[in-house]
Ligand binder design. Structure first.
Ligand code: B12
Ligand code: SF4
Ligand code: SF4
Length: 301
């Protein structure tokens, strides 16, 4: 019976618009030692929550007791860069004022959970998107849905890296390893390392958050360093430079005006920000941080 369940899961994933789907087992957590040394070297900057989640990352059964299988999924986002009418942009994963991908994708994956539930009525499942302490890219690699590029991104062959990762952890004993492991890789390309405007990608597969514009404009609670503004290239939330340089990503030149103008944002009070941004990825970062990013991107901070 179980092999047809895997088939149905993959068909459903395709129907729902996921660009890749693979099944793997939870242990051992791939690249866990590399993760530990990354933390030890302080490359996580002040994202203390990464440090706190170290034990859970070693063992997904801490996230779901009795976890036996992990379904790894990739969901594409638009390659058109969200823009303001006055020529500023945000990273593509924001999808402008669209509902935050965390809630959207958890909902989207629920028919997959239903399939598992029907086949294994006693089973428990949990959908993770980004915020759970799980090594999402290494598991995606292990599940065979893509390879990890020198820019750290999980790249799905034929689709590129402009995708979110989603996992369904389940206690159901699904058949893993049916996907062919992806042996493709970057070869001798190093375009992303050259394109990173801050030197955050100091070596292949090694990112230093302390210098990364994505960290500095989204996660960091401190003001941007004075030198950041010129490096942002008018992008005031997140950074796509190491993906734009990647030959695996195509159609990267178009922008889509779907954000308020920067003048409007700069004038925004908390209440208006709430009514326009509450459901978006910008909400958690807050209006004050957004304003200070914009001022930096304008060269005014
Ligand atoms: C913390 C975090 C960040 C931090 C740190 C980024 C980083 N590279 O670690 C900051 C804020 C900078 C960030 C930025 C971005 N992020 Co982020 N982030 C995360 C988060 C929450 C944890 C990542 C983590 O554990 N980092 C620690 C490092 C050490 O782990 P890792 O990146 O997985 O890298 C592994 C491999 O590189 C491997 N490895 C080590 N050495 C070697 C050697 C070889 C040969 C190989 C093959 C592998 C390998 O080991 C590492 C794990 O130990 C994940 C969600 C999650 N729960 O996993 C999202 C996640 C990685 N982010 C995501 C996105 C979209 C972004 C941005 C593109 C957003 C943007 N446009 O601004 C940028 C991309 C920056 C980049 N080039 O990585 C997506 C990535 C999707 C994808 N296709 O890969 C994720 C998966 C969220 C999601 N569910 O969609 N992010
Ligand atoms: S997201 Fe930007 S700053 Fe961060 S590593 Fe990539 S190119 Fe460099
Ligand atoms: S730009 Fe080149 S080296 Fe960097 S991730 Fe893409 S293929 Fe790999």
């Amino acid at each position: 019976m179980s092999s047809s369940v895997e088939k149905r899961i993959k068909e459903e994933a395709q129907r729902l618009g996921f660009s890749a789907c693979g099944i793997t087992t939870p242990d051992p957590a791939p690249f866990f030692d590399e993760f530990l040394s990354w933390i030890k070297d302080g490359r996580h900057a002040d994202m203390d929550w990464l440090e706190r989640g170290v034990t859970a990352r070693a063992d997904p059964s801490r996230l779901l007791k009795g976890c036996k299988s992990i379904i790894c999924l990739a969901y594409p986002y638009s390659t058109q860069k969200p823009a303001t009418p006055d020529g500023f942009t945000t990273a593509r994963f924001t999808e402008g004022l669209t509902e935050d991908y965390h809630s959207r994708l958890k909902r989207l994956a629920s028919p997959i959970v239903n399939i598992i539930q029907k086949a294994f009525p006693e089973s428990k499942s949990r959908v993770c998107v980004d915020s759970a302490p799980l090594l999402e890219r290494p598991y995606a690699l292990k599940a065979g849905i893509g390879f990890i590029g020198k820019n750290n991104m999980l790249i799905v062959p034929g689709h590129g890296s402009f995708c979110y990762l989603v996992e369904v952890l389940t206690t159901a004993p699904l058949e893993a390893g049916t996907e062919k492991a992806v042996h493709e890789g970057c070869g001798d390309c190093d375009q992303c390392l050259k394109a990173c405007p801050t030197g955050a990608l100091s070596a292949p597969f090694l990112l230093d958050s302390r210098h990364c514009l994505s960290y500095l404009t989204i996660e960091s609670r401190n003001p941007l360093p004075p030198s950041a503004g010129q490096k942002m290239n008018r992008c005031f939330f997140g950074c796509d430079a190491c993906q734009e340089a990647c030959p695996r990503n195509r159609d990267i030149t178009q922008t889509r005006v779907c954000l308020p103008s920067i003048q409007e944002i700069l004038k925004m009070e908390e209440q208006e920000f709430r009514s326009r941004f509450q459901k978006t990825v910008f909400w958690r970062t807050g209006v004050e941080k957004l304003k200070s990013n914009i001022l930096a991107a304008m060269g005014m901070e």
